[in-house]
Design a binder for this molecule. Structure first.
Ligand code: ADP
Ligand code: ZN
Length: 712
């Protein structure tokens, strides 16, 4: 039987990861012991590894049931890129193709086979399965089995046939939906034997949460995107029309944007999606129809142009950002007008009254989230039944905590105005009264005669709205949604008015977000790292296009970021980067090493032009007896840079001893290539000409020697 140690080795070899995430190891251990398991993990939590690693180490084939054809294709591509033989079989293929894949299964040529539930249940497929050696069944998107869930698929209920026909093969059911009812349904419907249920935290700590007032959205959006050049992102809009007009406006302003909604023809939609997956288009303005069933791991940000209908939807949509674990941003625009629109829409709906009620309550929770003055992540996770021990530090409130002040007087003014207008004013009108506006509405109602008219002149309109929202959230006033949204007093209002209860209000200063300030004051090192990251990203795009896969299949953003920080220039250090497995190293390792070395060389060339003499500092340290590695560490440079200093020094006639780094025989071999391609040839070309047998630094040194010998 396969052991967890073998599983760990497979994780490193195929996926390039050092260790399992919490729970992955326990889940895999259970599966290796032939036990059934239910896995509830958020999107991006690492569910796939839970069955892909056992699939690799167990004898036989893991059969994955997956409802979305696009996802199957993505997963298979990613597996193949990692060197794991996998295929999918579904109705989109010809009979011939399907037959070929079945043959590969019989010949034990595959480790994973993805099938749609329809295919699984089609005639003859079960008996085909009984003829192959199935190691494990993985039921992906398992919430589809539950009529309670939001994505019920009747064919999923037939999956109980699996346990009936193959009682001894372990089943793992996976989903990103956390609620209890769904979880029970999964166990029951699949007839799992005493399954262990793993519920991971639904926290996505890498996603930064920010809410901004909806005023002036377009400019805020262009600022936001401009500070994130080339970072792929999604802007969710309420209507189809809005997606189109926003995308067009962005394009007019020079951004690389497109739109996506369910009203477009299938080919147009496919084209938009494909362009986004391949990083050909940076921004998609979309309705919530977009994003389901796409696996793009390098979505770096999600903007909600309007307030989402409920927290479930919001969380699912922002969850499409940062699946690779690297930093990502979620920005939500909030305006009270949006809430009103949505309320009206819901209330106009001729439908189940109970449903409408429920949706209104959910909208209210969403609104409270947007207006909250406490850590946003805490509120979100609390909504899903998870309690955080401390504030997250990665939301706008945590970064820029609002200060409070004694707002009792202001609140009293507002409440008194409500009382004196006989609770007949909605928020807009009330603010007009408080600020002493002379418009027809105020005058007609005679509100300019009341005692509190103009009593709140010193507070601007926007701030009044904010304070009133806080009062609403705190239960100090109520809004009569069914009476023209007029404001009403509550028991708590009376405490403030008549019992001298004190109220603290939150002050929202429009101070600069530390995040924005930080961008301007980025240390130089960070900027250089970004430049290298951009270079690596371009390399990734080229390789991806050559192999016809999306860029994130080549390497994820977090892998590239680590490369940009660590600058691996040889096999060992490249393989130490998280996400670089053996297969990917074989296919892409050298290309990325070359890109890094080129970058280092250019940087060095620039540096020596600027400062003139960075190689002289190296020379000094050499004279003091330091080794290359020591100098590199000491000067915070890459060893490759130090070698290239060495070469420069040699060329300029300094007394440096190259014999330690380059033998005569090596030089002779390398010189043949230099003679052929010329001393000014690119190192990369020489490297390839030499069949990649010699390290870059040796080639660089040989060029120096060659130049010197041939100019005598
Ligand atoms: P899910 O299916 O739960 O949405 P994935 O399986 O796609 O999540 O994993 C999300 C990301 O995390 C992928 O880029 C995956 O390669 C990465 N990942 C998974 N397990 C690990 C691990 N143990 N160490 C590092 N990265 C991991
Ligand atoms: Zn927070």
């Amino acid at each position: 039987m396969a052991t967890i140690r073998e599983a760990r080795e497979a994780l490193k070899l195929y996926f390039g990861y050092e260790q399992f995430r919490p729970m992955q190891e326990q889940i895999i251990d259970r599966l290796l012991h032939q036990k059934d398991v239910v896995v509830l993990m958020p999107t991006g939590g690492g569910k796939s590894v839970c069955y892909q690693v056992p699939a690799v180490v167990l004898p036989g084939i893991c059969v994955v049931i997956s409802p979305l054809i696009a996802l199957m294709k993505d997963q298979v591509e990613a597996l193949l890129a990692n060197g794991i033989p996998a295929a999918y079989i579904n109705s989109s293929q010809t009979a011939e193709q399907q037959y070929q894949i079945e043959n590969d299964c019989l010949g034990e040529k595959l480790k994973l086979l993805y099938v749609s539930p329809e295919k699984l249940l089609s005639s003859g497929f079960m008996s085909f399965l009984s003829r192959i050696n199935v190691s494990l069944f993985a039921v992906d998107e398992a919430h589809c089995i539950s009529a309670w869930g939001h994505d019920f698929r009747p064919e999923y209920t037939q999956l109980k046939a699996l346990k009936q026909q193959f009682p001894h093969i372990p089943v793992v059911a996976l989903t990103a939906t956390a609620d209890k009812l769904t979880q029970k349904d999964i166990q029951g419907q699949l007839q799992l034997h005493d399954p262990q249920v793993f519920v991971a935290s639904f926290d996505r700590p890498n996603i930064n949460l920010t809410v901004k007032p909806g005023r002036d959205r377009f400019n805020k959006i262009t600022d936001f995107i401009s500070s994130r050049p080339k970072q792929p992102g999604i802007i969710y809009c309420l209507s189809r029309k809005a997606t189109e007009s926003l995308a067009n406006k962005l394009k007019q302003n020079g951004f690389n944007a497109t739109f996506y909604h369910a009203g477009m023809s299938a080919p147009l939609r496919a084209r938009a999606q494909e362009a986004f997956l391949k990083d050909d288009v940076q921004i998609v303005c979309a309705t919530v129809a977009f994003g389901m069933g796409i696996d793009k791991s390098n979505v770096r940000w999600v903007i909600h142009y309007n307030l989402p209908k409920n927290i479930e939807g919001y969380y699912q949509e922002i969850g499409r950002a940062g699946r690779d674990g690297a930093k990502a941003d979620a920005l939500l625009f909030y305006s009270f007008a949006d809430v009103m629109n949505m309320r009206n829409m819901l209330q106009d709906n001729e439908g189940d009254k109970k449903q409408t009620e429920l949706q209104l309550v959910k909208l209210e929770r969403m609104q409270q989230f947007a207006e909250a003055a406490a850590c946003r992540r805490r509120i979100l996770l609390q909504y899903f039944g998870e309690t955080m021990q401390k504030d997250c530090g990665n939301c706008d409130i945590c970064r820029n905590p609002p200060t409070t002040f004694d707002g009792t007087l202001l609140v009293q003014k507002a409440l008194s105005a409500i009382a004196r207008t006989q609770e007949r004013a909605n928020m807009g009108l009330l603010v007009d009264v408080l600020r002493g506006a002379r418009n027809s509405q105020v005058l007609q109602a005679g509100f300019d005669k009341i005692k509190t008219y103009g009593a709140g002149r010193d507070v601007n309109t926007l701030d009044w709205h904010r304070y009133l929202h806080q009062m609403l959230n705190g239960g100090l006033v109520e809004m009569a949604y069914d009476q023209g949204y007029t404001l009403k007093l509550t028991d708590q209002s009376r405490e403030v008015l008549f019992e001298n209860r004190k109220v603290q209000l939150v002050k929202f200063d429009d101070v600069k977000q530390p995040e924005e300030a930080a961008v301007k004051a980025r240390p130089k090192r960070e900027l250089i790292k970004d430049a290298l990251f951009e270079r690596l990203r371009a390399t990734r795009k080229r390789l991806a296009d050559e192999s016809g896969v999306p860029p994130y299949v080549v390497f994820t953003d977090s892998t590239l970021q680590e490369m940009a920080a660590e600058r691996p220039t040889n096999r060992i250090s490249m393989l130490a980067i998280s996400g670089v497995g053996a297969q990917k190293y074989e296919r892409f390792g050298d290309t990325f090493i070359t890109a890094i070395i080129d970058f280092i060389n250019e940087e060095q060339a620039k540096g020596s032009k600027l400062k003139g003499a960075t190689h002289l500092a190296t020379f000094e340290m050499l004279q003091q007896g330091y080794g290359i590695e020591q100098i590199a560490a000491n000067r915070n440079l890459n060893p490759v840079t130090i070698y290239s200093h060495l070469a420069t020094l040699y060329e300029q006639g300094y007394a440096v001893e190259l014999g330690k780094f380059l033998t005569r025989a090596e030089y002779k071999a390398i010189a043949v290539a230099i003679a052929k391609l010329g001393a000014d040839a690119k190192l990369k070309d020489l490297f390839e000409e030499l069949k990649e047998k010699h390290e870059y630094y040796k080639i660089r040194l040989s060029v120096a020697v060659y130049k010197k010998e041939n100019t005598r």
